[in-house]
Design a protein around this ligand. Structure first.
Ligand SMILES: Cc1ncc(COP(=O)(O)O)c(C=O)c1O
Length: 405
């Protein structure tokens, strides 16, 4: 399904003698993305909103880019797209704005399997009297149990913050079902899609989520992040920009956003569509093309993950932290494990000599690592595969593990 030689040619960095398997930390960037950054800076690097031709041109290009991004989320309105420097920043801004509508005693629920980005900004609201509760994964199944969420929700619950896929476990959470539960209780849902979007398509309308964020530097693009917010909810919220700026998304984007990076992002979508076999990035075919591209990715990554999981499942000294099956419905290809006697640090340090980039630690999912009692192991060893990795690379990794583990 995937023409892997073509795929790898699209990423200049993959021509080096290095195996990149820390992709959930940061993925490699498409050449087409780099080209569009250069194109913007070369052709229309001016301030927006002026009447002269180059400014109008720049504004038009960013309008088109934002429309495309809305389609990536399957959002109904381009005003629902907020861009920012990082997911951490976007979620912090969101918490500062939306919490102004809340009263002391109102409640927020966070999970213990999230990255700090979708925890700390909510936890810090305790200083203003917001009650923060933690929805913990079942330690046996390592899954979030929806009945446990139902039991935690009250008429004071204002928001539930949850990750779509854990950046350690790789598990895909049933976001639509969680969103239904949250809405039945009259609250909002804020989803961290950072570990999910490099692997699977977004559909904010089908899932009916209120906020959804991801970081484009883990999705084959530059260091930038995007947040979707439901229009009515964004409109009702106070902003964080200059007081006279009342319109969305501008009231949530303090100062200028990064024009050249935003302009570059649709190149990722065009690439995904090419992967799915589309030859024309015709606007009305974008969504189908994107879905086809992601379907090819999911199929390919399931096999890649299966290759590694088969090895790890059979290893007598290894414990996989997360779903042991490669099933694309259940997990993405971010795979973590610990070793019975070696620390995670020892394993990764030894791996460095093989020119294979993997990583160990808590990956800022601090609470998850502590709750699972994995701090003394120096966290987990994480191998995060994406669709540009190859079976040959996975085999090289397995050979290295054979020597190390
Ligand atoms: C699951 C998850 N959420 C959020 C973030 C934070 O992203 P950013 O660096 O864009 O703030 C990360 C970064 O590692 C992540 O893995």
């Amino acid at each position: 399904m995937i023409d892997i030689d073509w795929v790898r040619q699209q990423f200049p960095a993959l021509q080096q003698n290095m195996v990149f398997m820390d992709n959930a930390g940061g993925s490699q960037t498409l050449k087409s993305v780099m080209n569009r950054i250069t194109q913007y800076l070369t052709e229309c690097d001016v301030q927006l909103g002026a009447s002269y031709a180059t400014s109008a041109d720049a504004g038009g290009r960013l309008h088109e880019a934002t429309e495309a991004l809305a389609e990536w989320f399957n959002a109904a309105h381009m005003e629902e797209i907020v861009v920012g420097g990082s997911t951490t920043q976007l979620l912090r801004n969101l918490s500062l704005c939306i919490s102004q509508q809340w009263q002391p005693g109102d409640e927020v629920i966070i999970t213990n399997s999230d990255h700090e980005a979708n925890m700390a900004c909510w936890r810090d609201l305790q200083k203003q009297g917001i009650v923060v509760k933690t929805w913990r994964i079942n330690p046996n199944t390592l899954q979030l149990d929806i009945d446990a969420l139902k039991a935690m929700m009250s008429e004071r619950t204002r928001l539930v913050a949850v990750t779509h896929a854990s950046n350690i476990l790789g598990t895909i959470n049933p976001i639509q079902e969680i969103a239904d539960t949250v809405h039945q209780h009259g609250a909002l849902i804020c989803v961290d899609g950072v570990a999910y979007v490099p692997h699977r398509p977004i559909d904010v309308r089908a899932w009916d989520v209120d906020f959804y964020t991801f970081s484009t530097y883990k999705t084959f693009g530059p260091h930038q992040a995007i947040m979707y917010g439901k229009l009515a909810v964004l409109e009702a919220m106070p902003g964080i920009n200059h007081g006279f700026i009342k319109t969305v998304p501008y009231k949530l984007q303090p100062g200028n956003f990064n024009f050249e990076l935003t302009y570059a992002l649709p190149a990722i979508m065009d690439y995904l569509m090419d992967l799915g076999g589309s030859t024309q990035p015709a606007v009305n075919k974008r969504r189908d093309g994107l879905l086809a591209g992601y379907a090819a990715i999911a199929h390919y990554e399931e096999k890649l993950a299966g290759q590694l999981l088969d090895y790890l499942n059979d290893h007598p000294k290894v414990r996989i932290i997360g779903c042991p099956q490669a099933d694309k419905q259940l997990r993405v290809s971010t795979i973590s494990f610990v070793h019975r006697s070696l620390s995670s640090q020892d394993i990764v340090t030894r791996m460095d000599t093989y020119n294979i980039g993997i990583r160990y630690g808590d990956f800022y999912a601090v609470e998850l690592i502590d709750d699972l009692g994995l701090r003394e192991k120096e966290g987990v060893v994480r191998v995060s595969l994406v669709h540009y990795n190859t079976p040959t690379e996975v085999e090289k990794l397995i050979q290295a593990f054979e020597a190390i583990l």
